[in-house]
Each structure stands twice: as structure tokens, then as C-alpha cells.
Design a protein around this ligand. Structure first.
Ligand SMILES: [Mn+2]
Length: 355
């Protein structure tokens, strides 16, 4: 698996006339090497690669990193990196320009006897299409989220605070096998549900509130992401109408997902439905995003989403309508693009749940 990833990277390097790549961001380095720790370096040459770490991680790297030589450094890492660059005969080294700080860049530039060039998303592009192992991990992360949601439906009641609901949700995400959260959980109730990314507060959930829960966990390094909005007691006519609009937009956009369309095409399906119902101004964000090792990665699923969808991509479909000082609704599924369409990885019900 990692052998194949490194050879795909080398093919791209050759096509861009590069003879070296330095990876130090956790997501890219670990994707190519199989390492699960942090603060380490991967130098990939056209023939040979070296994984460089310090004594905290040497043992772990030797167990996890296959087919790549693992070395330990002491002292100044920039000097060891430069000696590897020379040993591998690297003249043009691409680096993660969006991860390396200006200070580190200046340090490397001073120490490295080679030209330094931006990687320009090369590894992120390799990560766009998931292999079967990655798909299984994300499916598992999604199913953990579904099970945690089932638990939270038994727990959530008017009288609990948003924070109490969040902590219960996070307990179950971990209890069912999530290693970490994909991102800080969102629990936003009543007027606060109009905040697309409302962090849980001490606000007590009341009868008549909509509650938006947006959460996910990480399984074997891969994220899930889902959102449901539920009602505490009977919703008003307006709340129902908005809910049904968002649900229709979500489901119609879902049906449009297939190889060959762009993220912008899928976004437009949902946006047009929400606009037609008169809520266009209340849907400010893109319809979705890619999900993998990072909870937000490519491809873009928004009016700017020019990436063409391919089988193996995993994206979210999450339209929302947020009416300031009243309430908001968002419904989000995690979706796999398949050969002939899509497969929904989030299995929780989407019809309005009234507690
Ligand atoms: Mn999302």
C-alpha cells in the first residue's frame, strides 16, 4: 500500500521535473509512510527515501514504516536533512509551502545545498481518491458516529445543557472505538442553532428548540463527519418548512453525486432548491468538502468546486439554512462516490426527529 503510494508520488515528481520531496506535515508524511506519530521527516528521492525521526519515535517508526529506511537524528535536524539531500543526489527539493513556517523555510534555505520549490498540493492530490483500506476506515468512523448519535437520542432532553450533550456524545464516540474527535463537536440549540459552527455552551436546551449536532471521530487516522438537527417538542410551521427545504436540498444533491460531475454541479442542485424556497440568503457556506485524514480536504464541493468527482472520493453533502435570532437547520451525510453514483456512509435517519 505505502510502496504503491511512494511510486505514485515518484511518477508525479518525474512529471514535474523534481528529484526530491520533503514531507513533514503529519497528514502527507503519514499517508506516504504509514507512520502514525508526529514531528518526523520524510525525504523522498527518485530511487531512495529516508524517514528521519528522534529517539521518542525511533521504535514506533521502525514498526510502522515499511520499505523506507528509518534513521534517528540528534542535534540540528537541518544539518542531518541536508546530508540526506546530498546522499540522495537531490537538486530540486519540493516542500509543503503551506505547512512550513517562514522561519523554518529561511533556516532550510540557508542549510540545504539544493533548490527549494513549493509542492503545490501534489500529495493532497494523491489523497483525493481513497483506496479500499481508506474507505473501510472512513466507513467505520461513520458507523461509530451513527451509533453515538443513537445513544445521544436517548440522552438528550430539555434541561440538559449543550455542553452536557456534547460531553455525552464524545464519550460514546470514544467508547465505540473512535481514537479522537475529527473536530470539536458542535451542539447548538434554539437561537444558537443559527450559528453554523456554534460551539457547545452552558445554554440549557429548552422545549421548542432545534438542536444541531455536528460531530465525527477518527478511526485508524481517518475522519467521519455528520450533522443532524433534531427538535425538542413540536416545531413551528416555519421550522418545519425550513427543515423540509434543507432535507429536500440534501437529498436531491445526494442523488446528483456521480463520477464526472464537479463539486460545483452538486452544490448548485442544493442551492437552487434553497433559493427557490426563498432562503438563498441564509445558506452562506459551500455544500460540502472532501473528508479523509483531514476532516476538511479536497475535493471542494462549493460554487468554486472545479474538481471532477471520481470513484473513491469521499465528500460531505451538508446544506444549511440559518435564520439569525431564530433558528438554523443543517443536515449532513458522508458520501462515497462510486462507479455508478454514490453510497451514503452516514446511516442515521434524516426525517425530523422530535424528542
Ligand atoms: Mn462537514
Amino acid at each position: 500500500m505505502h510502496k504503491e503510494r511512494i511510486s505514485r508520488l515518484r511518477n508525479l515528481m518525474k512529471s514535474k521535473d523534481l528529484d526530491g520531496v520533503l514531507l513533514l506535515g503529519d497528514y502527507n508524511r503519514n499517508y506516504i509512510s504509514g507512520f502514525t506519530g508526529d514531528e518526523s521527516f520524510l525525504v523522498v528521492g527518485l530511487e531512495k527515501a529516508v524517514f528521519l525521526t528522534d529517539s521518542r519515535y525511533t521504535q514506533q517508526a521502525k514498526e510502522e514504516v515499511k520499505d523506507i529506511e528509518v534513521r534517528e537524528y540528534k542535534g540540528k535536524v537541518e544539518e542531518t536533512l541536508n546530508s540526506i539531500i546530498e546522499e540522495l543526489g537531490i537538486k530540486k527539493l519540493a516542500f509543503e509551502e503551506d505547512i512550513i513556517t517562514y522561519k523554518t523555510y529561511m533556516n532550510y534555505k540557508e542549510n540545504f545545498q539544493c533548490e527549494m520549490l513549493p509542492l503545490d498540493g501534489m500529495v493532497e492530490n494523491l489523497r483525493l481518491v481513497k483506496d479500499s483500506y481508506e474507505i473501510e476506515c472512513i466507513k467505520k468512523a461513520a458507523s461509530i458516529a451513527d451509533r453515538a448519535f443513537e445513544k445521544i437520542l436517548q440522552f438528550i432532553r430539555p434541561g440538559e445543557s449543550e455542553k452536557e450533550v456534547a460531553v455525552e456524545l464524545e464519550y460514546w464516540l470514544k467508547r465505540y472505538g473512535g481514537e479522537r474527535l475529527s473536530f470539536p463537536s458542535i451542539v447548538a440549540s434554539g437561537e444558537r442553532s443559527a450559528l453554523p459552527h456554534g460551539q457547545p455552551t452552558d445554554k440549557v436546551i429548552k422545549l421548542g428548540d432545534f438542536v444541531t449536532l455536528d460531530f465525527g471521530c477518527i478511526y485508524n487516522g481517518y475522519c467521519s463527519d455528520m450533522t443532524r438537527t433534531i427538535a425538542m417538542g413540536d416545531p413551528t410551521e416555519k421550522m418545519l418548512q425550513v427543515y423540509n427545504t434543507v432535507l429536500k436540498a440534501q437529498e436531491e444533491a445526494l442523488k446528483s453525486i456521480k463520477p464526472g460531475v464537479t463539486g460545483a454541479d452538486v452544490d448548485k442542485v442544493a442551492r437552487d432548491i434553497i433559493k427557490a424556497e426563498g432562503y438563498g440568503d441564509y445558506f452562506g457556506h459551500g455544500l460540502g468538502h472532501g473528508v479523509g485524514r483531514e476532516v476538511h480536504e479536497g475535493p471542494r464541493v462549493s460554487p468554486m468546486g472545479t474538481n471532477v468527482l471520481k470513484p473513491g472520493m469521499i465528500i460531505t453533502d451538508e446544506p444549511g439554512v440559518y435564520i439569525p435570532n431564530e433558528f438554523g437547520v443543517r443536515i449532513e451525510d458522508l458520501v462515497l462516490v462510486t462507479e455508478d453514483g454514490f453510497e451514503t456512509l452516514s446511516k442515521s435517519p434524516k426525517n425530523l426527529i422530535i424528542i
